[in-house]
Ligand binder design. Structure first.
Ligand SMILES: [Zn+2]
Ligand SMILES: [Zn+2]
Length: 369
């Protein structure tokens, strides 16, 4: 595979405007960098938020930008010092790989705290800018640049590249969250709030971890159907019924105690408030999805008097990428992960894909550049 001088990319030039397919330079890789030919990029809800400009004021997204951060690609060219993946396995041209974000490796969070996902110098994919080297850091392009600090992991054989791509945001975040909140015991009831990709992956992980009972709270029906097929014991539709009724149902299913673990994957403040009332005394609440900037009222006594453990995580380090990919490969017969994927779109159709995601017509559109 040879590296072309230029690549086609879907570029966001102005927020909330159609993306423009443009030609961008493909720079030669620095010694520890690599160039990949993108095999598949799945769309994340965050791509829609970026498109709307919701992170522009905070300076997080920088125009022009190539969106897309759930990417797998085949190595087209390796930098002279990039010879192995994160597991020390040799890398060669043509290998299908995923890669972590670029964390600096030298700040307090990267070193002392061992929490690279909180790195103060993080560089993420799909946030721009595309007018400065290395230009092609987003997945809505034929080629992408893996920056030197990123860890690379090979995608296991026998996994659909689009399914693998979906692991690189949604699922690795869930693995990170479960690691932080502690293992699921076989007598426990797990409630998952939100039936989008993150929630459905959270459900699959809880089931595979041996949870005694899983309860999915979400919508719309097509997503709840996937939850049922994957083995959720109880499915509650948020479009039918109110929080008080759902709380009654959860209490009934747990001998009046509430869930041992509630996992918030919904994004809505209302779900957070509801979830607090679904956790049993002494239980755990994992917050993954919350994305509304507006505050909600919290009574501090809720935490100490009810002895709750509350944790929040975002993103994941390379170990979570590896574990997510391995889980998908090992358990794809039990869970039809492909059900999460939507239609396949070319670079010229990225606008349609964004529309499908925004209107919830699609769970996870796939961009095949
Ligand atoms: Zn994402
Ligand atoms: Zn750092």
């Amino acid at each position: 595979m040879t590296r072309p001088a230029e690549t086609r990319a879907a570029v966001l030039v102005d927020y909330e405007k159609p993306l423009e397919v443009r030609s961008l330079p493909v720079p030669p890789p620095e010694p520890k960098a690599a160039i990949v030919k993108v095999e598949a990029t799945t769309m994340c809800g965050t791509d829609v938020h970026i498109w709307r400009g919701e992170y522009a004021a905070a300076g997080l997204s920088k125009l022009p930008l190539v969106p897309g951060h759930e990417i797998v690609g085949r190595i087209a060219e390796l930098g002279s010092e990039r010879t192995v993946d994160a597991l020390n396995r040799p890398l060669a041209e043509g290998d299908l790989v995923a890669w972590s974000y670029a964390w600096c490796g030298s700040c307090y969070w990267c070193t002392l705290a061992k929490q690279p996902t909180a790195c103060e110098n993080a560089r993420m994919y799909g946030w721009g800018p595309a007018d400065k080297a290395p230009y092609i850091t987003g997945g809505f392009a034929e080629y992408a640049y893996i920056m030197p600090p990123c860890s690379i992991v090979k995608v296991p054989e026998g996994l659909d590249p689009a399914v693998a791509a979906s692991a690189t945001c949604a699922f690795r975040t869930i693995i990170h969250g479960y690691e932080k909140i502690g293992r699921i015991e076989t007598h426990e009831t797990v409630v998952v709030q939100g039936s989008g990709p993150v929630g459905l992956y959270a459900l699959a992980f809880a089931i595979q971890s041996g949870a005694r009972q899983t309860i999915m709270i979400g919508a719309p029906e097509a997503r709840l159907d996937i939850a049922r097929r994957w083995g959720a014991d109880v499915v509650l539709d948020v479009q039918n019924g109110d929080p008080a009724t759902r709380r009654e149902q959860v209490l009934e299913l747990t001998d009046g105690r509430g869930a041992d673990l509630v996992v918030e994957c919904s994004g809505a403040n209302a779900a957070f408030v509801e979830g607090m009332d679904l956790v049993r005394r002494g239980g755990r609440y994992l917050i993954i999805g919350a994305s509304e900037p507006r505050p909600v009222e919290i009574r501090p006594t809720y935490f100490n008097l009810r002895q709750l453990t509350v944790a929040g995580t975002m993103s994941g380090d390379v170990s979570h990428y590896y574990r997510a990919l391995t889980f998908l490969r090992d358990h794809q017969d039990r869970f039809s992960f492909g059900d999460l994927l939507g239609s396949r779109y070319s670079l010229d159709q990225v606008g349609e894909a964004l529309d499908g995601m925004e209107s919830m017509r699609e769970i996870k559109p796939v961009i095949i550049p």
